[in-house]
Design a binder for this molecule. Structure first.
Ligand code: ADP
Ligand code: MG
Length: 400
C-alpha cells in the first residue's frame, strides 16, 4: 500500500507485535486461534444510521487482531499491546454495564452482551493488537468489538452470523461502554468484503456488496486523518440525534428514513409551519438528502461511472458542514485543498468535529493531492495529517 505523506501512527501492513507471541508471554501456552477485524471508512451516508437510513462503508486494510483461548473458570483476561496498564482480569459473572474498565470495556462488553443473549461463554484469555488509528473516526472501537465477538463465537461454537456479531458489538458499545453509536461501524467491520463497498440498509440490516475496484478504474480513495478531535463532538452527536427524532415526530413518521427525497421540500414547509426549530429543519434536510446521495453513488458505481461520485461527495460534505454542522476547520481544509489540487471530490467521514476525511482522486494525481493537503495544513499551522490509501479490504475473519 502506498503511503503518500506521513504514515499514520499505526503501521499499515502487518502488525507491530505478534499477538501469538504476546499471548504466550502473558498467559503461557499457545492461543487456540487468531482472528482479525478491520476498521472502516464510510464513503457516503453520514448520521443516517440512527435514522434507519442507508450507509456505504468499506473495510480498511487496518485491523484489530486477537489471539484467544477459552477458559471454563469464569475468568476473562484482556490485554492490548496498544495501551499501558498490563493485563485486565475480570470475572464474566460480575460484568456490569457502565462499570468503567477503560479500553477493556469494549471487549468485556462483548462477553457481557453474549452472556446477556443467553450464550454460555465461560471466560477467555485475550491478547489484542491493532493497526486501526484510535479516535480518528475509523472505528477502532468496532474493530475491537467485532474481533472479540468473532473469536468467542468460534471458540464456543455459537455459530453467530456476521450481522449477529455486529449486533452484539453494538450492544456492547451502547449498553456496556455507554456510547450511543449506530450499527454502521460494527456491520462494516463484520460484513465488508475485499474490493467492495457495503450498501447497508440500517433498518433491517439487509445488505449488498457493491464492486468498488478503485485500482482497475485508475482511481484512489485517500483517507486523511486530521489527527484532531474537538471536545464539542461528545454532546453534539446526542443533540443531532434528538433533533432528528424531533423532526420525525413532527412529521408523523417513525424515522426520517420514511421520508422519501421527493417529499423533502413539502416536509420542510410542514416543519416550518409547525414551528420546528431551525436546526431540526436543517438536520432533516441533511439526513434525507444524504440517504439520496447513497442511492446516487450506488447507481454510479453500478454503471461504472465512479468519477461522477466526486461531486456527490462534495455535496455530502457541504450538507454535513452547513446543515448538520458537524464539520470543523481542519476537515473543511482537507476538502477545499484537495479539490483545489484536482481531486474528484471529498468529504468528512464519521462523526466529524475532527477525525478523518475521504478524497476521491485519479490514482496518478494522488501524490500531488496528498502533498497539497499536507502543505495546506502546514500553512494553517495544523499538525501534519496522516494520509493513506483506503484499499477496500476484507471484513472480520479467522487468521489461524
Ligand atoms: P474510533 O472507534 O473512531 O477509533 P472511539 O472513541 O469510538 O473511536 O474508540 C476509541 C477507543 O477504543 C479507545 O479510546 C480505546 O478505549 C478503544 N480502543 C481502540 N483500539 C484499541 C486498542 N488497539 N487497544 C485498546 N483499546 C483500543
Ligand atoms: Mg468508535
Amino acid at each position: 500500500m502506498t503511503q503518500h505523506a506521513e504514515p499514520t501512527a499505526a503501521a499499515t501492513e502487518g502488525h507491530r507485535t505478534d499477538p501469538a507471541a504476546t499471548f504466550t508471554e502473558l498467559y503461557g501456552g499457545v492461543p487456540e486461534g487468531i482472528w482479525a477485524a478491520p476498521g472502516r471508512v464510510n464513503l457516503i451516508g453520514e448520521y443516517t444510521d440512527f435514522n434507519d437510513g442507508f450507509v456505504m462503508p468499506l473495510a480498511l486494510p487496518h485491523t484489530a487482531v486477537a489471539a484467544v483461548s477459552r477458559r471454563d473458570d469464569g475468568v476473562l483476561r484482556l490485554y492490548s499491546t496498544d495501551v499501558p496498564g498490563g493485563v485486565v482480569s475480570l470475572r464474566v459473572d460480575e460484568l456490569a454495564p457502565h462499570s468503567g474498565h477503560g479500553w477493556a470495556a469494549y471487549p468485556a462488553g462483548v462477553l457481557w452482551a453474549l452472556r446477556e443473549a443467553g450464550h454460555p461463554v465461560t471466560g477467555a484469555d485475550i491478547a489484542l493488537t491493532s493497526t486501526v488509528p484510535t479516535g480518528a473516526g475509523l472505528s477502532s472501537s468496532a474493530a475491537l468489538e467485532v474481533v472479540t465477538a468473532l473469536a468467542v463465537s468460534d471458540l464456543f461454537e455459537l455459530g453467530l452470523s456476521a450481522a449477529e456479531l455486529a449486533v452484539i458489538g453494538r450492544r456492547a458499545e451502547n449498553a456496556f461502554v455507554g456510547v450511543p453509536c449506530g450499527i454502521m461501524d460494527q456491520m462494516a467491520s463484520a460484513c465488508c468484503t475485499e474490493g467492495h463497498a457495503l450498501h447497508l440498509d440500517t433498518r433491517d440490516l439487509s445488505l449488498r456488496q457493491v464492486p468498488f475496484d478503485l485500482a482497475a478504474q485508475g482511481l484512489t480513495l485517500l483517507v486523511v486523518d486530521t489527527r484532531v478531535k474537538h471536545a464539542l463532538g461528545d454532546g453534539a452527536y446526542a443533540e443531532r440525534r434528538a433533533g432528528c427524532e424531533e423532526g420525525a415526530r413532527l412529521l408523523g413518521i417513525p424515522m426520517l428514513r420514511d421520508l422519501p427525497y421527493a417529499g423533502l421540500d413539502a416536509a420542510l414547509t410542514t416543519l416550518a409551519d409547525a414551528g420546528a426549530d431551525e436546526s431540526v429543519i436543517r438536520y432533516v434536510r441533511h439526513v434525507v438528502s444524504d440517504n439520496r446521495r447513497v442511492e446516487q453513488v450506488i447507481s454510479l458505481l453500478d454503471t461504472g461511472d465512479v468519477r461522477a461520485a466526486g461531486p456527490v461527495l462534495n455535496a455530502g460534505h457541504a450538507s454535513l458542514r452547513d446543515d448538520l454542522r458537524v464539520s470543523c476547520p481542519e476537515l473543511d481544509l482537507v476538502v477545499e485543498a484537495a479539490n483545489v489540487a484536482g481531486a474528484l471530490g471529498a468529504r468528512m467521514t464519521g462523526g466529524g468535529f475532527g477525525g478523518s476525511a475521504v478524497v476521491l482522486v485519479e490514482a496518478a494525481a494522488a501524490g500531488t493531492v496528498a502533498k497539497a493537503v499536507s502543505e495546506a495544513f502546514a500553512a494553517a499551522g495544523h499538525a501534519a495529517p496522516g494520509i493513506f490509501d483506503a484499499v477496500p479490504s476484507a471484513g472480520a475473519r479467522r487468521l489461524r
